[in-house]
Design a protein around this ligand. Structure first.
Ligand SMILES: Cc1ncc(C[n+]2csc(CCOP(=O)(O)OP(=O)(O)O)c2C)c(N)n1
Length: 537
């Protein structure tokens, strides 16, 4: 037992959970929390320029590491500013832990309209979290932090929110801090595993679809060995990109399903193994995509299994453990008889690249130039821009958790702050943010955060002077764009004003050399790439 303030209890509990970095902005309601952080020996606080940036950074940290990313905000406006980023993390299953203050205990729910009051703050967070509680006393704080962390680390990883009234943060009380216990990810039921293995053993042409749930080093290794055992090609979702190295002979890359050999394989396959993926609306074109009759669906979240497509066999469990269990259950069954698709895949990939080069596809040109400069394990954080499609299709990823996409909620403004969170987690790795001009300006002020902390990320701004994705849709539907034109600042001068390195590059070659120079500069950098808004294809 120790005597501490509520603020000190939060910090001690986070330290006990192994938290090393937190992101946020202090305020009147979090003074005691920040006073405790000021002297915390093992936690580094990063002050951001908007709470949305703090939550996106926590998300980028979480996606890159698999560990909870922590952000802090005051009650009221600070709290609401985090919501968009938490919605993004919620939809993409990213473990972000948001701690907010709350008005004084005696004022909650009274409607006194006190300073920073937000009516039903917990209610607002309910839609973007899987765990959402208030700590009503100092003594309750460590237990609440621990329960939040267990929720973030065990089931489907989705945000947690803990709110602490200002009087509780300031009060002094007795607390017990215990070291965080290792949490075991849940294994699958042996009966479900046996049923899945029996179907896989009989399949003549199994195909694997891997999502964000497999995008961790352990699960990736398990996925690759099962795919090799089955000789099964693997396609990934956006958030699963990198779950199998994209130069692996069995990799079909990252969606969509309609492309060439992928569509052929989908038609030819007699079994689809879906792992850690939701079969979401966009990728299945409103669930109209036809899938092989036999569907084995592995997910930690039982509500995902069979929700849109009936699963022949559902396997509930952690992706790594379930895949390892299935591989073990297959031992002894006859090796897969079909000829390996590796040669066919290699031929298709080569033809695809040759075609894109021949057609002068701008996305192919730019992303090939970027890939040629980046290290194999570089991290690329994307925004919800047209260049997103370029990254998924033309920028191969070789390691898990190295491509970060705002996929389900698709909030603009994610890329730069998420890249900063990733850079803090992995200072030694190259980190690049890929944005459109519109989305970049949603959170551009975090360039100041990058410069303040010397976070050498490189931001690529593909500038088409437009909310281009939407303009294209408008043109396709109505023959004209509306309300999508953007009169932009001079991005190079803007970045320089923040103290960043900056350049403009309008060809793939120029982009490649500017990116090389930006990485060598070893400080935050921005490269503006002017692009034309292509008509919809
Ligand atoms: C927070 C938020 N607001 C609005 C949208 C809708 N939206 C999706 S893409 C897009 C345009 C993005 O423009 P830009 O970042 O310039 O990239 P481009 O599409 O031009 O490549 C908009 C407005 C969104 N995804 N997120």
């Amino acid at each position: 037992m120790a005597i501490m303030t509520g603020g000190q209890a939060v910090v001690a509990a986070l330290q006990a959970e192994g938290v090393r970095a937190v992101f946020g902005i202090p305020g009147m309601h979090t003074l005691h929390l920040y006073e405790a952080l000021r002297t915390a020996p093992t936690i580094r606080h990063f002050t951001t320029r908007h709470e949305q940036g703090a939550a996106f950074m926590a998300d980028g940290y979480a996606r890159a590491t698999g560990e909870p990313g922590v952000c802090l905000a005051i009650t009221g406006p600070g709290a609401t500013n985090t919501l968009t980023a938490l919605g993004n993390a919620y939809c993409d299953s990213s473990p972000v832990f948001c701690i907010t203050s709350e008005i004084a205990t005696g004022h909650i729910g009274q409607g006194y309209e006190v300073f920073h009051e937000l009516r039903d703050q917990l209610g607002l967070f309910a839609g973007v979290t899987a765990w959402n509680e208030r700590a009503a006393s100092v003594a309750e704080i460590p237990g609440a932090v621990h329960r939040a962390m267990v929720s973030l680390r065990t089931g489907r990883p989705r945000p947690a929110h803990l709110e602490i009234p200002i009087d509780v943060l300031a009060a002094t009380g007795e607390v017990e801090i215990s070291a965080s216990a290792a949490v075991e990810r849940p294994a699958a039921d042996p009966g479900q595993v046996a049923a899945a293995a029996a179907l896989l053993a009989r399949a003549r042409f199994p195909l694997i679809y891997a999502g964000g749930g497999v995008n961790s080093p352990g699960a990736s290794a398990a996925l690759v060995s099962l795919a090799e055992r089955l000789g099964a090609p693997v396609l990934t979702t956006f958030t699963g990109k990198g779950a199998i190295p994209e130069d692996h002979p069995l990799s079909l890359g990252c969606g969509p399903w309609r492309r060439g050999l992928i569509a052929d394989y989908l038609a030819r396959a007699d079994l689809l193994l879906v792992v850690g993926a939701r079969l979401a609306q966009v990728e299945t074109r409103d669930w109209t995509l036809s899938l092989p009759k036999t569907l084995v669906h592995v997910d930690i979240d039982p509500t995902v299994i069979g929700r849109h497509y009936p699963a022949t066999v559902g396997v509930v469990g952690d992706a790594r453990r379930a895949l390892e269990q299935i591989t073990a259950a297959l031992k002894g069954s006859a090796a897969h008889p079909a000829p390996s698709p590796a040669a066919e895949i290699a031929q298709w990939q080569a033809a695809r690249f040759a075609r894109a080069r021949l057609q002068g596809d701008p996305g192919f040109g730019f992303m090939t130039a970027v890939r040629a400069v980046l290290a194999r394990d570089a991290i690329v954080a994307n925004d919800a821009a047209l260049a997103n499609g370029w990254t998924s299709e033309h920028l191969p990823s070789y390691t898990p958790r190295s491509v970060l996409f705002p996929s389900g909620f698709a909030a603009l403004g994610f890329a730069l702050p998420a890249a900063l969170g990733a850079k803090i987690a992995f200072p030694e790795r190259q980190v690049v943010a890929v944005c459109g001009d519109g989305g970049f300006l949603f959170t551009a002020q975090e360039l100041a955060t990058a410069v303040q902390y010397g976070l050498a990320v490189v931001v690529l701004v593909f500038n088409d002077g437009s909310y281009g994705s939407i303009a294209r849709l408008q043109q396709a539907h109505f023959g004209a764009a509306f309300a999508a034109d953007l009169l932009n600042p001079d991005f190079v001068r803007l970045a320089e004003a923040f103290g960043a390195w900056a350049a403009r590059a309008d060809t793939p070659e120029a982009l490649g050399s500017a990116l090389g120079a930006a990485l060598r500069a070893g400080r935050p950098a921005l490269i503006e790439v002017p692009v034309r808004l292509e008509p919809p294809r």
